[in-house]
Design a protein around this ligand. Structure first.
Ligand code: 15L
Length: 265
């Protein structure tokens, strides 16, 4: 499946910069959006900066696109106001724009932090009740619920990616479970964009790690098969972090340090 005009929001962020390079191969035009600087447009790219809280700007942003990968928004725990603007009001504008532009499918970057208050000795799947570990997680849970409503009411399909930790390498012991390589991120996004029928699907985004807290049995129809693993990094990670404080909530819960970030006022 090749897209005529694919929209990538949050294109200036950590994962946006990765996908900017990687999604080009699958579309004629890659429309890139962010509030941060996107640099110059390369051939085949189109830059459309937009604030997600600006309804008119988001409507224009989705005009003429046949696929959306929505990474835009606040990506960490933060005070409520910016989260409200970008992740709650913003994701509502995105789905309104999808509805008004007749879009068929959205790939939405949710987060492992919608279930961050499960413990690290539990294995959960997409049917486990949400347990957000902060306002950021709550806002991603809003996006998941909103996208489910837009599917039930309007038939707009969404794959919610509960992304773990997508960085060049796992940085700590927690990330041995949550890490996802950039190559596996690309595989997950492409599976989500191209699987024939997705309805409203929730999938955890990690590599094929030996330590795992997430069971993706509810998303097998995506055909996502991660090919990388955190295991080759284990020895170095454990050498850097030889002991763990078992009283530390960041060690107990899957959300890690997010469970003790905030409040901000
Ligand atoms: C997230 O949701 C963040 O966007 C990212 O920066 C990481 O901190 C990641 O979760 C994680 O849980 O490691």
């Amino acid at each position: 499946l090749r897209f005529r005009r694919l929209l990538l929001t949050g294109a200036a962020g950590g994962l946006g910069r990765q996908l900017r390079q990687r999604l080009k191969a699958y579309c004629d035009v890659l429309r890139l959006s962010d509030i941060a600087d996107l640099g110059a447009a390369a051939p085949g790219e189109e830059l459309v900066p937009a604030r997600l809280e600006d309804r008119a700007a988001v409507l224009a942003l989705l005009d003429g696109v046949d696929g959306v990968v929505h990474l835009g928004g606040v990506s960490v725990e933060a005070p409520f106001e910016p989260i409200l603007a970008a992740n709650i009001v913003g994701v509502y504008h995105l789905y309104e724009a999808a509805r008004l532009n007749g879009l068929k499918r959205v790939v939405f970057a949710s987060s492992n932090h919608v279930t961050g208050y499960y413990r690290q000795d539990e294995v959960i799947d997409a049917q486990a009740p949400l347990r957000p570990d902060g306002l950021y997680g709550v806002s991603k849970a809003f996006g998941e619920n909103l996208s489910r409503f837009y599917f039930d009411r309007y038939g707009i399909e969404t794959v919610c990616l509960r992304i773990g930790s997508s960085f060049p390498e796992p940085k700590d012991r927690r990330m041995l479970a949550t890490w996802m390589s950039f190559d596996d991120l690309e595989r997950l996004v492409m599976a989500s964009l191209t699987a024939p029928v997705v309805g409203h699907t929730i999938v955890y985004g990690t590599s094929d790690n030996t330590t795992r807290w997430y069971d993706n049995r509810c998303a097998r129809h995506l055909g996502f098969r991660p090919l990388d693993s955190s295991e080759p990094f284990r020895a170095a990670v454990e050498a850097r972090q030889p002991t763990l404080d078992h009283q530390d909530p960041a060690v107990i819960y899957q959300g890690g340090a997010f469970v003790r970030t905030g409040p901000f006022e």
